[in-house]
Design a binder for this molecule. Structure first.
Ligand SMILES: Cc1ncc(COP(=O)(O)O)c(C=O)c1O
Length: 355
């Protein structure tokens, strides 16, 4: 029996994608070798690489004005590459510290530029996102950094900051589950290992006009412009992660693309929030209802013993990885693109019977 995997990332992938990869793993396309054994300059890999880039462009509806980069180092390396590329010569920028990930991006950026905390949600325990007029923005900032979905706190930004300052967004945990307002952004980045494929890969979108001005005084790997010039083949790319993401994107396309992913996300999260809301306070969502994440539903039980028992009994039913992040405790159900509705129904019905 296949487990229902609520892990926050890496996470569940479509079964058909895993089976396809398994079937062609040892002998890829009749070449007598696995894709991960062949040159990243081979015609076979070239096809995978470019098909994957084309799928990213069409499914995310990426405007021509943006280049797409497939990079290693996860979203975490972009915490440094954003200021390294955009803030040469002591430029300044603002960061919305909406949760652990916004804080991590801000902290890394302090090493590479004059960066400021534009709003800090730590006082409210990262239970809400700021209203647009709560964010302190200075016109001289090169960019304002936001995190669209805080994976640990279980909150998402529904109102994008309204400002002339260009936005840079970490969208790791809600990639391809909601449209991106491209006109506001200069850079969007995120790891693949939640909504798009396995770990090992970050997808970075950079406005081409910005690439013309990025910092050249950096080691080659850290320069976005070099990766863009080389079509993300400057060095050996993470071929297996890109291949698996390509397959996952084809699956997303077959399901109806972004609109279908968005509708499914609303339906899945809606079911779990409903199970919380009808529980007469047995399950409690600590987050502002307006900021409830559609990807990571966090909730509490009356006490930690009950939470431990909930996780253990869920595990007996093959409902796995429901323990909240170690920094906050509680329960977290991560419901990414490949999570089947049947898995969420099983969770909702378990929540009712456990209560
Ligand atoms: C919102 C967000 N940003 C950044 C990261 C870090 O990503 P990576 O592990 O790909 O470096 C994560 C990881 O969970 C995340 O959820």
């Amino acid at each position: 029996m296949r487990a229902v995997n609520f892990c926050a990332g890496p996470c569940t992938l479509p079964l058909s994608v895993l089976e396809e990869a398994q079937a062609e793993f040892v002998d890829y396309a009749g070449t007598g070798m696995a894709l991960i054994e062949m040159s990243h300059r081979s015609p076979e890999y070239d096809l995978v690489h470019n098909e994957t880039l084309d799928l990213v462009r069409s499914l995310f509806a990426v405007p021509d004005a943006f280049d797409i980069l497939l990079l290693q180092g996860g979203a975490t390396l972009q915490f440094a590459m954003v200021p390294l590329n955009l803030l040469p010569d002591g430029g300044s920028a603002g960061y919305v510290v909406s949760g652990s990930w916004g804080r991590a991006a801000f902290k890394d950026a302090t090493h590479h530029g004059d960066v400021h905390n534009a709003w800090d949600g730590s006082e409210s325990g990262f239970t809400r996102m700021p209203a647009a007029d709560e964010i302190e923005i200075r016109p001289e900032w090169r960019y304002l950094h936001v995190t669209s979905n805080e994976t640990i706190a279980g909150i998402r930004m529904t109102e994008w900051p309204d400002t002339d300052v260009r936005l840079v967004g970490d969208m790791s945990s809600d990639y391809l589950s909601r449209p991106i307002p491209w006109e506001r952004f200069d850079v969007v980045y995120g790891g693949a290992q939640k909504n798009l494929g396995p770990a090992g890969l970050a997808i970075v979108f950079v406005r081409r006009s910005v690439l013309a001005e990025t910092n050249r005084d950096l080691a080659a790997y850290l320069r976005w412009d070099i990766h863009a010039d080389k079509n993300s083949l400057y060095n050996t790319p993470p071929v297996f992660a890109i291949y698996m993401m390509g397959k996952t994107l084809k699956w997303i396309q077959s399901q109806g693309g972004l609109a279908a992913m968005e509708a499914a996300a609303q339906a899945r999260a809606g079911l779990v929030y409903e199970a919380i809301d009808v529980s007469d306070g047995y399950y409690r969502s600590p987050v502002d209802p307006a900021a409830r994440s559609l990807m990571n539903v966090v909730f509490r039980l009356p006490d930690e013993d009950s939470e431990a028992r909930f996780v253990a009994e869920a595990k007996d039913r093959q409902l796995l990885s429901l323990k909240g992040h170690r920094s906050v405790g509680g329960i977290r159900a991560s419901l990414y693109n490949a999570m089947p509705m049947s898995g969420v129904e099983a969770l909702a019905s378990f929540m009712e019977s456990f209560r």
